[in-house]
Design a protein around this ligand. Structure first.
Ligand code: OSB
Ligand code: MG
Length: 370
């Protein structure tokens, strides 16, 4: 297809509940929605970078800059036949995976729509529905956390992830385990610890966690291998894995036994699928992480999570868990069994609510520029 036109929509949505992690507290979600046009059709993607450089070095502002000044000029007006070719066009830009992803996702959506098939099918998905987990931020008190956990379990969520940080870790896990002895439970530290804290992780072995996500440095795979050799609970890497090579190296070093795949972190769905395939060959399960995406990014994540080696429930929750009013129709929902249907319509398979999109837009750019 010829890339005829690209639009960037910087949006800001209030979160239904503030979300707190070891790196900070978030009350609203900024994102860049990408629209890609060819032959009278449009595809949508989401750049789900955080507003500030707390999860990765990318910010909404760096993504806007990279897309406007480098990535869009590389693709605009060109004939692009596959996502692999688009990735090659972007290859001279080092890193900036979140910036690349919004554009790459829009390309996948548009290609699938042109062929009249669902994105899940185009990607090689094999599931009609996916298992949903929920990621619960740091709360004011342990009793608030227990209440929230109970409410999400009552809705059907099949796995609970608790954010931890120094001072909000062992005693909190002990308490949740005491009240919910049999649930699938895991923790995510977002790099809040070092090897000096190894005793904490040895102590956590007692609580039969499904895994411990990214306990150590955000760019580390060496210390994680040391830690993994000292504990029983599987480690899962999130922040450290940006490329299929990182995934291979981490599995070779036994830095983790599980990988959290987020399209934004790895530069799009093509790379996400490569990491999925590599992990499948190596017998390592993967699951789909989240970045509090709007329904557009969520639709891409749901399609990705329909691939066979997404063996564990992901951080893919219902629209209402994040936003009072999502950008897509119908909103994403879960069944009482904690399952979410994979949309079957062409492309992402949900309608973008253009009126809502317009309403929450902070600024907009169109290419070619007038
Ligand atoms: O580390 O997985 C993470 C949200 C923003 C940034 C990083 C992370 C998260 C989450 C939320 O845990 C996942 C979600 O429900 O979208
Ligand atoms: Mg994480």
């Amino acid at each position: 297809m010829r890339i005829e036109r690209v639009e960037l929509w910087h949006i800001r949505l209030p979160l239904a509940h503030p979300f707190e992690t070891s790196f900070g507290r978030q009350e609203k979600r900024d994102a860049i929605i990408v629209k890609l046009f060819s032959q009278g059709m449009v595809g949508y993607g989401e750049t789900a970078s955080m507003a500030g450089p707390w999860y990765s070095y990318e910010t909404i502002e760096t993504c806007w800059h990279l897309q406007r000044d480098f990535l869009i000029p590389m693709m605009l007006g060109r004939e692009v036949e596959s996502a692999a070719q688009l990735i090659d066009l972007f290859a001279p830009v080092r890193g900036h995976n979140m910036a690349k992803t919004g554009l790459e996702e829009a390309f996948w959506d548009l290609s699938a729509r042109q062929e009249g098939v669902s994105l899940a099918e185009t990607l090689g998905g094999t599931r009609d529905e996916i298992e949903c987990g929920v990621s619960i931020g740091i709360q004011a008190t342990p009793s608030d956390l227990l209440k929230r956990t109970e409410a999400f379990l009552a809705e059907g969520y099949r796995r609970v992830k608790i954010k931890i940080k120094p001072g909000w870790d062992l005693s909190v896990v002990r308490e949740v385990r005491r009240v919910f002895p049999h649930i699938r439970l895991m923790v995510d530290a977002n790099s809040a610890y070092t090897l000096d804290d190894a005793d904490l992780f040895t102590a956590l072995d007692e609580y039969h966690l499904l895994m411990i996500e990214q306990p150590l440095g955000y760019d580390d795979i060496v210390d994680h291998a040391r830690l993994q050799s000292q504990i029983q609970t599987p480690l899962c890497l999130d922040e450290s894995i940006h490329t299929p090579d990182h995934a291979r190296q981490a599995l070779d070093l036994e830095s983790c036994r599980i990988i959290n795949i987020k399209p934004g972190r790895v530069g799009g769905l093509y790379r996400a699928k490569q990491i999925h395939d590599l992990c499948q060959e190596r017998g390592a399960p993967v699951w789909c992480g989240g970045m509090l995406e709007t329904g557009i990014g969520r639709a891409h994540n749901v399609a990705l999570a329909s691939l066979p080696n997404f063996q564990l429930p992901g951080d893919i929750s219902a629209s209402k868990r994040y936003y009072e009013q999502d950008l897509v129709w119908p909103p994403f929902e879960i069944t009482s069994e904690g399952m979410m249907a994979v949309p079957r319509g062409p492309g992402i398979g949900v309608e973008v609510d253009e009126e809502r999109l317009e309403k929450v837009t902070v600024r907009k750019l169109e290419f070619p520029q007038e």
